[in-house]
Design a protein around this ligand. Sequence first.
Ligand SMILES: *Cc1c(COP(=O)(O)O)cnc(C)c1O
Length: 400
Amino acid sequence: MSNASRRPGRHFLQIPGPTPVPDRVQRAMAQPILDHRGPEFQKLAERVLAKSQSIFKTKQPVIIFPSSGTGAWEAALTNTLSTGDTVLMVETGQFATLWKNMAVRLGLVPEFIASDWRSGADVNLIEQHLKADKKHAIKAVCIVHNETATGCRSHIDQVRQALDATGHPALLMVDTISSLGVMDLRHDDWGIDVTISGSQKGLMLPPGLSFTAISEKARAASKTAKLARAYWNWDDMLSNNASGFFPYTPATGLLYGLDVAIDMLHEEGLDNVFARHERLAEATRRAVAAWGLEVLCAKAADYSPAVTAVLMPDGHNADQFRKVALERFDMSLGTGLGKVAGKVFRIGHLGDTNELTIAGALAGVEMALGLAGVPHRKGGVDAAMAYFAQPGGGSAAQAA
Ligand SMILES: *Cc1c(COP(=O)(O)O)cnc(C)c1O
């Protein structure tokens, strides 16, 4: 390799977030800073707050904190719960584990359903826990919709059914940080009480905004919940948002980007956006199978449309392989997190991405596997191309 510092062309950012930001969004954000207490901002805020509801499929308010997604996790717990409350959580992977750890720090008592990180949340187990909880000690069920660490999705409509079937009154909270704008999400229809998300994954924005859609039941719970909340107080946000303002300085530049990013999702059509992600994920899995490697997610119904985690053959370190991909082909792949560190690498296929981007990324993976001496068969890229090139294979209708 030369020691040249310039790397021509675009960096391949194939991690499951942050994801590449479309040029149109970048341009929207390149505007002079505006007065966040002035009339121009007020119009922008009213517009993006209303538009955000369309992405969550809700008529309820959506709060936008200037924060990472983690901030919205904290807001969800502190606004609705009290010290010592039990929360039912499922160990789908590293993100579910981090949310559980946060609950412990805040003085909550998680009932944590263990898993091997190879599937989404087991709805039967959730139902068993709810049934056994005759006294309704469980105040909230918290689920990660798309477990970004493992590439497994959970079925939120089924979790809702488990709550209804047992007549359990717990709040339903869902982390959609890597699923919003990637797969279907229905805050109102699925009876979700708190839906949490972030800007930097399916929404195609830089990191820095978190989103929280809130049901009436969650707002009612916030009136009696006793955990301390200050920066994260929903009421301050809701009362200021009502007139198009924020209780403190919002991330004004990102809101310009959000305005355009939501338009772009609707221009493509949400159903087409979801079908595109399914298609890119399917091509990726076909490549992995052709290489003779295994995806971490062991349950086909739970395969993630956002990210695919690939298991390394025994004796091979995923991060050494990722280093080769970065140095030789200027491509960032996702690292293994927590329990699967070193054991998996992750291919992100979410956000502003298309068939040729994924074909290029898979070519980079295949070449890097060879250079890193990872045992595999050739032909993964061919398998992906054959899938993409099927007559009608590029149409949304086909994949839907
Ligand atoms: C990225 C991610 C998070 C963390 O979001 P931050 O913005 O880094 O705080 C949480 N949950 C899921 C499912 C994620 O993908």
